[in-house]
Write a new protein. Structure first.
Length: 473
């Protein structure tokens, strides 16, 4: 512990946001970086706790050695700190941008936690700038071949680990670019796509093969010694209300995909919010990303509907530290909407009852109603609260209900009620040579959890192929 009083001397300072007026003009990254000296001071705030909850099950799913690399960062030993980080983290440049900071919410400093996510991002970017991040090519290659279906966070993590073990890894991706959710599901202003492409380039140099525009099917089981399914939980939850089939009713992930494709190809999005009244159904990260994207595309107005009640402003007694704090958060998209529109776009305890289409079959309005819960948690509409909102684009960001049924059918996988494979707890193996990881195994979750599960699946595949219990490449 390099600075015993660091948390007392230095206030918490996060990487600052770019000004709203500036960032709404483009899809560039939301944040700027602190100067190097100030970043070292932020690392000095880590207390090297006797029991570091940041590494516990309440904190980082990767169990990053956070106190160790924070101390090294504070001392200016950046390369050594990066080495310590890369022992457990496959892609710090991703988690350093999009992780919701589980470790910080579990930090002993509570609301004034050490800025671990920003520190992590500093280390990996310092590594790329100084040439410390180089292809780790295995010294020996096995004769085993593995196909990883899907190139999202779990797929890339599994492929990375299996390649480091020396196996011959091929990533099969049906899209035109690798990265899955990282490429098309998260907007460029949160995760710049050149950052994803940079990591793909490193993996290619390490020997990982990528097959694009190629759907994965059961034929892979004949061609490879093992197959890891990392197709995500892509089956979106629908509203199931009258009129939902109108043109202009779009799943959020499809909207974000087209928006990102337009940014990458310097063209117009196939689904645009320009000059439209937009309603976003869903109050999570994806809904917020839709709000931010619509504002950048030049929407006339944007409203975000949330079925649940607004969370409390601060922790309640039944939600103590180190649990994840279930409190009201106002994210970047909502902040931008407040600045542009003058009001918070969120309307809590509100749901869609009917989608109204014009004579041409295009959505033109949405009937909404306030809802209330009874003592048993059942939701019912509140009389006298029905109203009609103008809407030419309705984005559904109501979550996901499991993997695509087509994938399950192709590989003869039985799904449970949650839409994920029936599988023994603690294992990733579905059948002889067939494994599953990430959101496809666990249901909708976080990028960092998907990476952790991809790494865990890779260990299991390695043991299956070799009989070795070795835990690290």
């Amino acid at each position: 512990m390099g600075k015993a009083t660091g948390f007392l001397e230095f206030p918490r300072v996060e990487d600052p946001f770019r000004p709203v007026a500036e960032r709404l003009r483009d899809f560039a990254y939301l944040h700027t970086s602190l100067p190097k000296g100030e970043r070292m001071e932020q690392a000095a705030r880590c207390m090297n706790c006797g029991v570091p909850f940041c590494q516990s099950d309440y904190g980082c799913p990767l169990h990053n050695l956070i106190p160790e690399w924070n101390d090294l960062l504070y001392r200016g030993q950046f390369e050594e700190a990066l080495k310590r980080l890369l022992k457990t983290a496959s892609f710090p440049e991703f988690t350093g941008r999009v992780c919701p900071q589980l470790c910080e919410k579990a930090c002993m400093l509570s609301e004034n936690a050490t800025t671990n996510r920003d520190n992590e991002l500093f280390l990996i970017e310092e590594g790329f700038r100084n040439g410390w991040v180089t292809p780790r090519i295995p010294a020996r290659r096995s004769d085993k071949t593995v196909a990883v279906v899907g190139s999202g966070p779990s797929g890339l993590a599994a492929a990375d680990m299996l390649n480091r073990f020396g196996h011959r890894v091929t990533v099969v991706e049906r899209a035109d670019r690798p990265g899955g959710l990282l490429m098309y599901g998260i907007p460029n202003m949160k995760l710049p796509k050149n950052i994803v492409a940079r990591r793909i380039g490193v993996m290619k140099a390490e020997g990982v093969e990528f097959r694009l525009n190629t759907p994965g099917d059961a034929g892979l089981l004949k061609d490879f010694d093992a197959v890891v399914l990392c197709g995500g939980a892509r089956r979106a939850r629908r509203l199931n209300v009258p009129g939902e089939d109108a043109r202009g009713v779009v799943m959020a992930v499809d909207f974000l995909t087209e928006a990102t494709r337009a940014v990458l190809d310097a063209g117009q999005s196939a689904v645009s919010a320009l000059n439209k009244d937009v309603i976003v159904v869903g109050g999570g990260d994806t809904g917020n990303d839709c709000v931010g994207t619509c504002l950048r595309q030049g929407c006339r107005s944007v409203v975000q509907l949330e079925l649940l009640s607004a969370p409390p402003a601060s922790r309640i007694k039944s939600n103590p530290w180190p649990e994840w704090p279930r409190v009201l958060r106002t994210d970047y998209g909502q902040i931008e909407a407040i600045r542009v529109q003058g009001v918070d776009p969120r309307q809590f305890e509100t749901t869609v009852e009917r989608v109204v289409a014009d004579g041409g079959g295009n959505v033109c309005a949405v009937d909404v109603v306030k809802v209330a819960r009874d003592a048993e948690g059942r939701i019912s509409p509140v009389e006298g609260t029905r109203r009609t909102l103008p809407c030419q684009l309705l984005l559904i960001a109501a979550g996901f209900i499991g993997c695509e049924e087509k994938t399950a059918e192709q590989f003869q996988i039985a799904l449970n009620r949650r839409g994920v494979p029936e599988i023994f707890a603690g294992t990733h193996q579905l059948s002889q040579g067939l494994f599953v990881a990430g959101d496809m195994r666990n249901g909708q979750s976080l990028v960092v959890r998907a990476i952790a599960d991809g790494r865990a699946a890779a260990l299991e595949v390695h043991q299956y192929l070799t009989g070795s219990a070795r835990l690290e490449p």
